[in-house]
Design a protein around this ligand. Structure first.
Ligand code: NAI
Ligand code: 2PC
Length: 314
């Protein structure tokens, strides 16, 4: 009989997962995905609308042959949640690929927060603008915090600006993170002159407009994962060089890509591998939707760290 699956909760995942180990694992997952050689199987996320309750349930399976990793994430994202509960909540199931038995059930919320921010950081590392002085974050929720944490660790920003729909949540964000944050009264004020802009909102209409974005800046557009949702206007989508995590998913899921009709220049994995160029001197935009391979690779890393910690010391 197969061993019972282990359970790894949110606090333990947060304890086991370090960006230093996660970044190379994600770079490899992005590269392997973008080879499109049949070694990675990842259908576009299957999303069930829960209209009555203004929410969605997404199912994200993947199999990666080289690292022999089989997993699926189940993620809910709801517009209205009870006060204090997160809009996104996820669980990852990690399987033994040789017989399909369930090895681990782990919290996927921390995984989602950290791997998404890490992928944006990878995009910024490769599509780096010539200056990295001012970082602008639009939105002040869970992803805003994880993005703040890794971006201020990895890059030498001198100023971080945040804007959120309510000043109160922007101020709460500023109080939660370590380091100085300038709370802005408008998105425009936050964006003007910024070298890197991150959009991490639940908006379904644009919050970021091309006329505000400094030529040569880099944008990570992380929200708006439904075909009818927007975070970014047509001007920016069409004038920036557009990079995505998955072309197939972007053409099915991203309102910013589909409704603007913008041309996709490359997948991030192609840039990391070096088969497509990073046009750093231009205004660049990385449209992130989130991929199952990112979750699978991260879950495998968490599991391996868990095993290493449990191994009796000789
Ligand atoms: N690309 C990826 O891999 C992933 C993307 N996401 C997306 O990132 C975004 C942020 O996620 P979380 O921080 O977890 O959510 P959250 O609920 O913690 O924060 C959402 C933020 O958006 C703001 N907001 C909500 N409606 C808005 C509107 N109409 N206009 C402007 N701001 C609005 C809220 O005030 C809050 O600051 C969401 O769109 C989410 O679906 C989340 C996980 C992975
Ligand atoms: O990749 C992911 O987990 C998600 N992307 C958008 C909503 C959740």
């Amino acid at each position: 009989m197969a061993d019972a699956p282990i359970f790894i909760g949110a606090a333990e995942v947060a304890d086991l997962l370090q960006y230093g180990a996660l970044l190379p694992v994600l770079e490899r997952a992005l590269v392997d995905f973008s080879k499109h050689d049949g070694m990675v199987v990842q259908p576009v996320r299957s999303t069930v609308p829960v209209d009555k309750h203004n929410g969605f349930l997404g199912v994200m399976p993947a199999y990666m042959t080289e690292s022999d990793t089989l997993a699926t994430k189940i993620v809910r994202f709801y517009h209205q949640t009870a006060f204090g509960t997160s809009s996104h909540q996820a669980t990852v199931l990690l399987f033994n690929p040789s017989d399909g038995s369930l090895r681990a059930i782990m919290d996927g919320t921390v995984i989602t927060e950290m791997r998404t921010a890490a992928v944006s950081a990878i995009a910024t590392k490769y599509l780096k603008p010539d200056r990295l002085e001012t970082l602008c974050i639009l939105g002040s929720g869970a992803q805003a915090i994880s993005h703040y944490n890794i971006f201020t660790q990895m890059f030498p920003f001198k100023q971080v600006r945040v804007w959120s729909r309510s000043r109160e949540s922007a101020e709460r964000f500023a109080g939660q993170v370590q380091g100085q944050v300038q709370v802005c009264t408008s998105a425009r004020e936050a964006v003007l002159g910024a070298d890197v802009v991150i959009t991490v909102t639940m908006a379904s209409e644009p919050v970021l407009f091309g006329e505000w974005v400094k030529p040569g800046a880099h944008v990570n557009a992380v929200g708006a994962c439904r075909p009818e949702w927007r975070e970014v206007d047509d001007a920016l989508m069409k004038n920036a060089v557009l990079y995505v995590d998955s072309k197939e998913a972007a053409l099915m899921e991203s309102g910013d890509v589909i409704l603007s009709g913008a041309d996709i220049f490359a997948e991030l994995g192609e840039v990391v591998k070096g088969t497509r160029p990073a046009l750093c001197e231009k205004t660049t935009l990385f449209k992130s939707l989130g991929m199952a391979v990112e979750d699978a690779a991260t879950a495998k890393l968490v599991f391996d760290c868990w095993l290493a910690k449990k191994k009796p010391k000789l």
